[in-house]
Design a protein around this ligand. Sequence first.
Ligand code: GSH
Length: 214
Amino acid sequence: MSLKLYIGNYNYSSWSLRPWLVLRKAELPFETEVIDLDINGYKEKLFNLTNQGTVPVLEINGNRIADSLAISEFCAKAVPNLWPKNSIDKAEAKRVVKLMHTGFKSLRMEAPMNLRRRTTSKLPKKCLDDAHAMIELWDDLLSRHNGPFLFNDWSIADAFYTPAATRFASYNLPRSERSDTYISELMSDVDFQEWEGEAFIETHILTDTDIINL
Ligand SMILES: N[C@@H](CCC(=O)N[C@@H](CS)C(=O)NCC(=O)O)C(=O)O
């Protein structure tokens, strides 16, 4: 099987990071191609890949699928154990992944992933409410599953919350001790560290994202 993952910029593209982590944990060999976002002609490039006009996109033997969740589901069909084994945990993991995929909008807008960023500036209340709700969700799952991950062993749920974890570090968001340990666990993951290393040396800058909450 020949796999190629088209991604956005390492520093900013949270949706790209998720399936990249899933492919890594699945140990499926894949090539990566970065598409610089928000520059002349970038949207055309994205629409040339799929009619969704976004990254990530996974090319499988010449066929392409867009969307972080669709790509993750493809990997979970190809390789066992990317979702929790227990069927109740699996159902709940899918619920919390969907929640991340569609929810926490203010946190996503007001505190976008920006791996090079460290700031202590004040964030809007809605964004802080989202962050608080995420910590409550993590604390509940971690206390019920005995950690270090949301469902004990690493799963797609942890891939979906890794970009969110980085926002707590970038924007100095309040968190419980238990969730702080979880954030450290995700951010010290060897695959995440490789991605972050790419972000640190990447030169493409999204000025509009960098000036949010300066
Ligand atoms: N629901 C999609 C969202 C993908 C998405 O919004 N990707 C961003 C990059 S992180 C993108 O392609 N932005 C370019 C644009 O919207 O013009 C997914 O899960 O993959």
